[in-house]
Ligand binder design. Structure first.
Ligand code: HEC
Length: 114
């Protein structure tokens, strides 16, 4: 999992390929992400993605983290790594995405913050 995360970070920065927010949006629908996560601030069973990028997130246990690219990638690649306050571990399913797919999903979520 660490290796995957490192590759994801590399893909986002140094790997040359431009992540595609359009593809990320399609992946989010195809994989059912948007059944739980809204993209417009509406309250569903998971935190909305609108305005999430670079926002301060309070985690279970009370610590806070800025939702930068690495946090978003980690939240998708390893949902149990950090749990948002008020939610339960295991509420988000695990996925097996390629690093490109994770980069595209992250780019899509980033595009939802003006
Ligand atoms: C069955 C509902 C469900 C589905 C489907 C789901 N998630 Fe989640 N997700 C959650 C819940 C609940 C949380 C908050 C708990 C946690 O931190 O794991 C969460 C947390 C997140 C976070 C961190 C949110 C924050 O506010 O810090 C990201 C990013 C995320 N999910 C992305 C995705 C992506 C991308 C997909 C699809 C590939 C997806 N999720 C599918 C329920 C879901």
């Amino acid at each position: 999992m660490r290796g995957l995360l490192l590759c994801t970070l590399l893909a986002l920065t140094a790997c040359g390929r431009q992540p595609s927010p359009e593809n990320g949006g399609n992946l989010a629908v195809l994989n059912g992400c948007t059944a739980c996560h809204s993209t417009d601030g509406t309250k569903k069973i998971a935190p909305t993605w609108q305005g999430l990028y670079n926002a301060e997130v309070t985690l279970a246990g009370g610590s806070t983290i800025i939702a930068g690219e690495a946090y978003l990638a980690e939240s998708i690649a390893d949902p149990a790594a950090r749990i948002v306050a008020g939610y339960t571990e295991g509420a988000m399913p695990g996925y097996t995405f390629t690093e490109e797919e994770i980069a595209d999903l992250v780019a899509y979520i980033m595009s939802l913050t003006p």
